[in-house]
Design a binder for this molecule. Sequence first.
Ligand SMILES: NC(=O)c1ccc[n+]([C@@H]2O[C@H](COP(=O)([O-])OP(=O)(O)OC[C@H]3O[C@@H](n4cnc5c(N)ncnc54)[C@H](OP(=O)(O)O)[C@@H]3O)[C@@H](O)[C@H]2O)c1
Length: 348
Amino acid sequence: MIRAAIVGASGYGGAELIRLLKAHPEVELVGLASRAYAGKPASAAWPQLLSGPDFAEVEDAVDEAEVVFLATPNGVAMDLAPRLLEDGKRVIDLSADFRLDPRVFEAWYGFPHRAPSLLKTARYGLVELHRRELAGARLVANPGCYVTAATLALAPVFAEGIVAEVLIAAASGVSGAGRGAEGTAFAETNEDFRPYKPAGRHRHTPEIEQNLGRVRAQGRWLSTWGPEDPVRLTFVPHLVPMTRGILVTAFVRLGRDLEEARLLELYRGFYDGEPFVRVGETLPRTKAVYGANAVRIALRRDARTGWWTVFAAIDNLVKGAAGQAVQNLNAVYGLNETHGLALEGLWP
Ligand SMILES: NC(=O)c1ccc[n+]([C@@H]2O[C@H](COP(=O)([O-])OP(=O)(O)OC[C@H]3O[C@@H](n4cnc5c(N)ncnc54)[C@H](OP(=O)(O)O)[C@@H]3O)[C@@H](O)[C@H]2O)c1
């Protein structure tokens, strides 16, 4: 059994990790860290739980673990990971700390990186594109939630080198902002639909650009710090009154004309054998992936304008966070990638 601990276990990403890791056939959950709940049972923060380790301070919670999941705000993992790695533990970080070049990180996150020398150790954990370099990784940077959906929606056309223009609109449920986020109270989000941080202001923009730039330069399988062709795109996220889910709608103008059936074939070929990605005729819905590590993709061509729309739905807490982190654990340890992860969503 792989002994795992979670730091940030009193947050939403942490809660989803607890749910998934408790059900994982090859994992023993040995520690839950929370500063606010240290010394209290897991059910103090999470009433749905009947069992689980008590919460503890970080040092105690990670003591017996060989792999530590960091479900903490940006800027925490860069201080914790160096010690954990020195102690011989593996780290899977859900924050943005190890996803970007340090200059890009500072420009978008507003403070300098405090462990830039560790970046070369980090492997970017979008398994569908990075699987070949994840086996045995010591530090994994789990991708952003919008980034996961947007990158997987567009990777096949960027790999083909046929994208002329691209715009991305997306919508997320309120759990995407975390348990303590301001402005997500019921009275403010119920019956509301709003854009936020649009057009070059959301921090996931450079990460999407980085991924698609790597795909354009490297093709099907990516190396984390390998070559990248610059990509610039407009990204507009919206907040919708649902608990979970992300729906990305990407608008793409291709450099050459293609039939809808031909592009569908290209997408299906690109994701052939991927257990979590389904490219279908049916338009994706967030409800179809609720609770699952699934990605559902569909495409449509507007015959009048020539623009394509590519849709992708994920559960932000599963494929967008904790599920993808467990998929990374499976990839790092060479386990069956679907262990502990659902392929189908909960309905209704
Ligand atoms: N929510 C999503 O859909 C989603 C998706 C992808 C990625 N992420 C990323 O995953 C991370 C966690 O997100 P979340 O939504 O779970 O946030 P959250 O609900 O706000 O939980 C964050 C947890 O981190 C702990 N924490 C805060 N500061 C800490 C520190 N200095 N040292 C140790 N623990 C600390 C807090 O617990 P205590 O105060 O009790 O210690 C808190 O429960 C973030 O980096 C986020 O960007 C989230």
